[in-house]
Design a protein around this ligand. Structure first.
Ligand code: HBI
Ligand code: FE
Length: 295
């Protein structure tokens, strides 16, 4: 993407940030406080120690190639030099969650929106909206993988289509994103490993998703996933396991329009449910599952 024209400055509660005509912002790197950099360093250190035993090799390789470290919050421009060369993706800085169609348009054009601000020191283990650590550390390493990079772009294109079809189609597609990009596991010779960004950016869920006997771990199926509700307020009750990124990309190649139509007739599967037709890696004990409702 060409460098967007800077149109105005915006006073936000986190400082004075240049805003581009596209709605993206310039990463205000000079404005990060020593505390902000320390939060990055702490979160990075924790995950770097933990993830070699939990994350898939493609993710770990991505972290290495970007040279993430304990030198404070990375500059997006430096990362973009590596990313552009590898897969043609680009990171753009944003203020936070974007309207669905704006988000999809970025992905469809191989731009990944990253929140420029980082959580406070009292939010190391949980916050309700995506910050820089989640978006950057969680999502961006796999964008160096050519197959995953293409899957993300296809998701963006599919999102624009689903958005045009209607809210139910969009919900089906959002579940696919949730159970793959955010909370996906992959089966490897070393056992189940994490690739989902929502997991690798969380110390607690990294351990839980792989080691806990509580959740189900079930083989990925496109329609199964699109028809399954999810929890946004707790660790997941079910994780879906892919065999490879090729499997994921191939499964999502067909036009989803007829799938949306067939799913619209049935009822959705609850987050904790196991079906007779499932390929079960592990049936969860459900220990510690809170009541409360699925999305
Ligand atoms: N905006 N910045 C940002 N990041 C997201 O992950 C994001 C978003 N807007 C919408 C959205 N995700 C999801 O609800 C879509 O996958 C539907
Ligand atoms: Fe995310």
């Amino acid at each position: 993407m060409d460098t967007p024209r800077r149109v105005e400055h915006q006073q936000t509660d986190r400082g004075y940030v240049p805003v581009y005509a596209t709605g993206t912002v310039e990463q205000p790197w000079a404005n990060y406080s020593p505390t902000d950099h320390e939060v990055w360093n702490t979160l990075y250190r924790r995950q770097r120690e933990l993830l070699p035993a939990y994350a898939c090799k493609e993710f770990l390789e991505g972290v290495e190639r970007f040279g993430f470290g304990e030198g404070g919050i990375p500059r997006f421009a430096d990362l973009n030099a590596v990313l552009g060369e590898a897969t043609g993706w680009e990171i753009v800085a944003v203020e936070g969650l974007l309207p669905d169609e704006v988000f999809f348009d970025h992905l469809a054009n191989r731009r990944f929106p990253v929140s420029w601000w980082i959580r406070r020191p009292d939010q190391l283990d949980y916050l309700s909206e995506p910050d820089l650590f989640h978006d950057l550390f969680g999502h961006v390493p796999l964008l160096l993988n050519p197959v995953f990079a293409d899957y993300m772009q296809a998701y963006g294109k599919g999102g624009m289509k689903a958005h045009a079809i209607g809210p139910e189609a969009l919900m089906n597609l959002t579940r696919l994103y949730w159970y793959t990009v955010e909370f996906g596991l992959i089966n490897t010779p070393e056992g189940l490993r994490i690739y989902g960004a929502g997991i690798v950016s969380s110390k607690g869920e990294s351990v839980y998703s792989i080691d806990s006997p509580a959740p189900n771990r079930i083989g990925f199926g496109l329609e199964r996933v699109m028809n399954t509700k999810y929890r946004i307020d707790t660790y997941q009750q079910t994780y879906f396991v892919i065999d490879s990124f090729d499997q994921l990309f191939d499964a999502t190649r067909p036009d989803f329009t007829p799938i949306y139509a067939s799913l619209a007739d049935g009822t959705a599967v609850a987050a904790a449910e196991v079906l007779d037709t499932d390929k079960v890696f592990q049936r969860g004990t459900r220990e510690g599952f809170s009541s409360g409702s699925d999305n």
